[in-house]
Design a protein around this ligand. Structure first.
Ligand SMILES: Nc1nc2c(ncn2[C@@H]2O[C@H](COP(=O)(O)OP(=O)(O)OP(=O)(O)O)[C@@H](O)[C@H]2O)c(=O)[nH]1
Ligand SMILES: [Mg+2]
Length: 184
């Protein structure tokens, strides 16, 4: 049986958890492009950073093959954002709910992504909610002024069950907009 395949883009600021998200859920060995962090403030947060992309695959409950790409969060690698956003069916946008220090990167990234794929829905994820200092999804919605028609869910990118649930949610959003993907 040939499977319908579509692309999902995992976006978000530096250190939000994109590479972790893709690795946790992928059913194939992921492709990653991690390099050592260079700036002091980056090193303080983590040792490596994505410089080009992440890639993994996941077959959902309908038998669709989700091709999951992750973007590099840092603006200096932003030349990759429009390339990776092309033809995506949806955006999963991760936000670190424990640390607002890189949130300043969010607006520009969203602007670039929307411009390339304006009809693809967004699902925001308040990530790292396993940590005690995490903000709730409601708090993140309020602070980032996310309109009510866009979903914000709580997530833990290190936990497979949570990530699968997020992929289920985004699949339903995609099917609402692309009913032709239901039957194949
Ligand atoms: N506790 C906890 N840690 C997480 C979670 N998701 C990611 N992390 C950690 O957060 C750090 C950043 O994760 P990455 O997956 O590298 O973040 P990224 O968004 O890919 O970062 P860039 O590609 O550099 O923009 C790593 O140390 C992860 O282990 C989570 O849900 N909970
Ligand atoms: Mg990464």
């Amino acid at each position: 049986m040939s499977r319908k395949a579509f692309k999902i883009l995992v976006a978000g600021h530096f250190g939000a958890g994109k590479t972790t998200f893709v690795k946790t859920v992928s059913q194939i060995e992921t492709i990653s492009t991690e390099r050592k962090t260079t700036l002091v403030e980056e090193k303080a947060k983590k040792e490596t950073t994505t410089v080009a992309m992440d890639f993994g695959e996941y077959i959902n409950k309908y038998g669709h093959k989700l091709r999951i790409f992750g973007i590099p969060g840092q603006e200096r690698f932003s030349f990759m954002w429009p390339i990776l956003a092309k033809d995506t069916k949806a955006f999963i946008f991760l936000v670190d709910s424990t640390d607002t220090s890189r949130w300043f990167e969010i607006p520009k990234q969203i602007k670039v992504l929307i411009k390339v794929s304006p009809s693809a829905p967004f699902l925001f994820v308040a990530n790292k909610t396993d940590l005690p200092e995490a903000m709730s999804a409601d708090e993140i919605r309020r602070r980032l002024r996310i309109p009510s028609h866009i979903k914000v869910v709580e997530g833990v990118a290190t936990d497979r069950t949570t990530v699968e649930k997020i992929l289920d949610e985004i699949t339903e959003e995609i099917l609402k907009r692309n009913p032709d993907l239901k039957n194949f």
